[in-house]
Design a binder for this molecule. Structure first.
Ligand SMILES: Cc1cc2nc3c(=O)[nH]c(=O)nc-3n(C[C@H](O)[C@H](O)[C@H](O)COP(=O)(O)OP(=O)(O)OC[C@H]3O[C@@H](n4cnc5c(N)ncnc54)[C@H](O)[C@@H]3O)c2cc1C
Length: 444
């Protein structure tokens, strides 16, 4: 698998237009799918990425496309996303590894199973089939002698795709539809006049436009701050690995007892730890700490505090800059954190312990990504109330890959002024500042 980094050759080095209809900041799953739906309506779109298409979270994730375990407000959107993934997989004409083989949450006790009751209490009313499985039914799904799991939640219609293939393939289709994509092009500031967007200042110059979508993943907070918008955001490091081609013991997505695994298109498994996320604090982590306390309390067992060698750089990064300054975006073209040897040893140990059938299987590659989260672990999909023409879709909190195409469609509809058939009130930007009591989503 090719890990996209700042050393990857530029695939999109188009001439920067002087003017366009919409500028999309960030070529992850959200930016690229929004561009796809806008281009289909004949709208002129420029997508700028400081690094590479899909280089950050969108190519580094587990590849789960799951309806299971979603926040209730996300579920209908996610169910639409499933249909859109299915359409995309056909329309793209390349195999992105989209397969509908289901998801399993594996439980060792009734108490663990009970934690999923809330999801089961509403999933049926949306027409989603999610069931409890007993030990025997789990063994029909997972061919492992271990049998440690007593119960599970199963959603047979869930899917997966290969993240390192999906966004690059959709970007290529966008480019054929007339979208201009510019890699290696950081947007330093969103330019406004009389409270309205009138362009973006990129490292390569000004582009005039009346509409901007900010979908910069873990960088959105830093960018929005330049326009006076305070967006609490925290990024946590998650490490992932893949195995060599392995015996088929299970064909879908599964997580339980600290291990997540899913079958890959190449016959291996993508594996990760569900109980191990590293927090590398920045000055913003402290600024936003109080907003994050409930989430940190909920997830504290899996969060490991690390200072890292680059702590000075993280703490001393300026918060505000001028349009001609070289910014944090150019200094971090593609975030490419490396898993620590300790986290890899731990992952291998958990794999052998939970799935002894795979204990002799080699881990052939590993990588990490920075998950961007909001205080309530659900995203923002909204327009700004204070900067007219600015739209925001970010903070997908560890589950934005699956919902990406529907989020892209929603943002394309909002940008065109058409509204959305979905209730987006849970995803409004103002919830962080209007005194609302934040309701925690199902965590990271
Ligand atoms: C290890 C890991 C596992 C995950 N597993 C899953 C999973 O199984 N299923 C699931 O649904 N989700 C999963 N996620 C979450 C999912 O990957 C993200 O929610 C989703 O990819 C977010 O997409 P995005 O487009 O918002 O952000 P990103 O993919 O992070 O893209 C943002 C882009 O914006 C660019 N950018 C930022 N600022 C600027 C700027 N100023 N100028 C120009 N460009 C800029 C960046 O370079 C980047 O390419 C996982 C995430 C990680 C890290």
């Amino acid at each position: 698998m090719h890990i996209i980094s700042s050393k990857s050759p530029l695939q999109y080095d188009n001439v920067l237009p002087a003017t366009t209809d919409v500028v999309i900041i960030g070529a992850g799953i959200i930016g690229i799918t929004t561009a796809w739906f806008l281009a289909k309506q004949g709208i002129k779109v420029l997508v700028c990425d400081k690094g590479r298409v899909g280089g950050e979270q969108s190519s580094r994730n587990w590849g789960w496309i799951r309806q299971q375990g979603r926040d209730e407000a996300e579920l209908p959107i996610m169910m639409e996303s499933m249909t859109l993934w299915e359409d995309l997989a056909k329309e793209l004409g390349v195999d992105i590894g989209f397969r509908r083989e289901g998801s399993l949450y594996l439980c060792e006790s009734e108490a663990e199973l009970a934690r999923h009751d809330h999801f089961l209490s509403f999933s049926k009313q949306y027409g989603l089939e999610s069931n409890r499985l007993n030990r025997k039914e789990i063994q029909n799904q997972i061919n492992s002698s271990q049998g440690r799991w007593h119960n599970a939640i199963h959603t047979p219609s869930d899917a997966r795709a290969e993240p390192s293939l999906a966004v690059p393939a959709i970007a290529q289709a966008c480019s054929k539809q007339g979208v201009t994509i510019k890699e290696g092009c950081a947007v330093r500031q969103i330019s406004t006049a009389n409270g309205k967007v009138d362009g973006v200042y990129t490292e390569l110059g000004l582009v005039k436009c009346s509409t901007v979508l900010c979908c910069g993943g873990g960088w959105s907070s830093a960018l929005l701050y330049q326009n006076g918008l305070n967006f609490p955001q925290l990024s946590v490091k998650a490490s992932v690995a893949r195995t060599e081609k392995s015996p088929l013991i299970f064909n879908g997505n599964a997580a339980g007892s600290g291990l997540a695994f899913r079958r890959r298109m190449d016959g291996g498994y993508t594996i990760a730890m569900t109980d191990y996320l590293e927090v590398l604090p920045t000055a913003d982590s402290f600024r936003h700490l109080s907003a994050f306390l409930p989430l940190l309390r909920l997830a504290h067992k899996k969060l490991k505090l690390r200072m890292g060698n680059d702590w000075k750089e993280r703490f001393l990064t300026p918060r505000q800059w001028a349009k001609d300054d070289i910014t944090v975006f150019e200094k971090n073209r593609v975030m490419n954190p490396i898993p620590t040897p300790h986290s890899l040893r731990r992952m291998k140990k958990i794999l052998s312990n939970r799935l002894p059938e795979l204990s002799d299987i080699a881990i052939t590659q590993s990588w990490s990504g920075m998950i961007d989260t909001t205080p309530d672990a659900v995203p923002v999909m909204d327009s700004s109330e204070t900067v007219k023409g600015l739209f925001i879709a970010t903070g997908f909190s560890g589950h934005g890959f699956g919902i990406g195409p529907a989020a892209g469609k929603i943002m394309a509809e909002l940008i065109q002024g058409n509204g959305s058939k979905h209730d987006l009130s849970r995803f409004r930007f103002s919830r962080f500042s209007d005194g609302s009591l934040l309701k925690l989503g199902p965590s990271l």
